[in-house]
Design a protein around this ligand. Structure first.
Ligand code: TYD
Length: 138
């Protein structure tokens, strides 16, 4: 997998004077079925989240409120995405190291995930990730 497989997906947006509505359908707008949703919130200024990779998990990251940067790294190349609209989702493929930085005050980062939480799917050590990704991300 390469950072080139990771991209911003523009989600449907139903504009309405009463407020906008966006929806996400697993397998329709994103290339996986959604098994889990989690979100980061009340992130203190200066804190960084992420700093891990996943072996098989696919994810869609959405800034539900506020803004933050997601830096993706496939072991060869890094790419940064500024997230600040709730109708944009960042598709993150498997075998991607990711950092979430510059989280604005009040930001909510929602993640739609292709599988349940399995600690065995994580890379917590960057060097272990690099070692495997340089074998896989060809
Ligand atoms: P983690 O994914 O390490 O967050 P970050 O990399 O952003 O700091 O998760 C933090 C803790 O929460 C860790 O102990 C695992 C736990 N956790 C769950 O139990 N279920 C989940 O779905 C997630 C995402 C994390």
């Amino acid at each position: 997998m390469s950072v080139k497989d990771c991209k911003i997906i523009e989600l449907p947006k139903i504009s309405d004077p009463r407020g906008n509505l966006t929806f996400v359908e697993g397998g329709q707008h994103i290339p996986f079925d959604i098994k889990r949703v989690y979100y980061l919130y009340d992130v203190p200024g200066g804190a960084e989240r992420g700093a891990h990779g996943h072996k098989k998990l696919q994810q869609l990251i959405i800034a539900m409120s506020g803004s933050f940067d997601v830096v993706l790294d496939d072991g060869f190349e890094k790419k940064s995405f500024h997230m600040n609209r709730s109708y944009y989702g960042l598709y993150v493929s498997p075998m991607m190291w990711r950092d979430i930085t510059n989280v604005s005050s009040g930001a909510v980062c929602m993640v739609l995930a292709s599988d349940y939480y399995h600690e065995a799917d994580y890379y917590r050590d960057y060097n272990a990730f690099l070692c495997d990704s340089r074998g896989v991300n060809k």
